[in-house]
Design a protein around this ligand. Structure first.
Ligand SMILES: [Zn+2]
Length: 98
């Protein structure tokens, strides 16, 4: 049942590999659009909240990690399912030197 769950150490390692460079490449790959709230296209990641957790109310506290970016103009938060980030880092992100 829980074979898809990662250890905290594995997750921490993954979060560390999501550098600013990788995050920028991800946003470019998906054609990240301007802010839906204010229309400005200027995003940044909040230190210490680059990856947050959404709690699953029906699973009693299980956290789903999400990659979070914030609009510089209005503070709107946009979040991306961690599974998508994992897929990007594993299969889509160009490896250095290739
Ligand atoms: Zn905005």
């Amino acid at each position: 049942m829980d074979d898809s769950l990662q250890t905290p150490e594995e997750l921490q390692q993954e979060i560390q590999s999501l550098t600013d460079e990788v995050a920028a490449a991800f946003l470019k790959t998906i054609n990240n659009r301007p802010c839906e709230a204010c229309g400005v296209d200027d995003w940044f990641t909040i230190p210490d909240m680059k990856v947050a957790g959404w709690e699953e109310p029906l699973s009693r506290g299980v956290l789903n990690p999400v990659f979070v970016i914030s609009c510089k103009n209005c503070g709107n938060l946009r979040s991306f399912a961690w599974a998508r980030i994992q897929y990007f880092m594993k299969y889509e992100y160009p490896k250095h030197g290739e």
